[in-house]
Design a protein. Structure first.
Length: 90
């Protein structure tokens, strides 16, 4: 079933947020980025509760999927994420 309007479902919004977060982490690499810096990059200078919640879920889900690691206060891409990104760039 295809949606004909431009509305996003919550699941689609979550995927878009995960994609944006992962892309930011990959773009920063090898520079380390904190979760707070990611919040500002993806959510703007003063994100609201909904944006912060979505970004925290995205980081959590990307860690669960094996694409990000938390190292202290830093969020870093896994080797698998880096390799996949390398393959996409070819």
């Amino acid at each position: 079933m295809h949606e004909t309007d431009d509305s996003l479902t919550p699941a689609t919004e979550d995927l878009a947020t995960e994609s944006a977060v992962l892309q930011q982490v990959l773009d920063f690499h090898p520079v380390l980025v904190t979760a707070a810096e990611l919040m500002r990059e993806v959510g703007g200078e003063s994100p609201g509760f909904a944006e912060v919640d979505a970004l925290e879920r995205a980081v959590r889900d990307l860690i669960g999927a094996g694409l990000l690691h938390e190292h202290g206060k830093f969020v870093i891409p896994t080797r698998a994420a880096l390799r996949f990104n390398e393959l996409l760039d070819r």
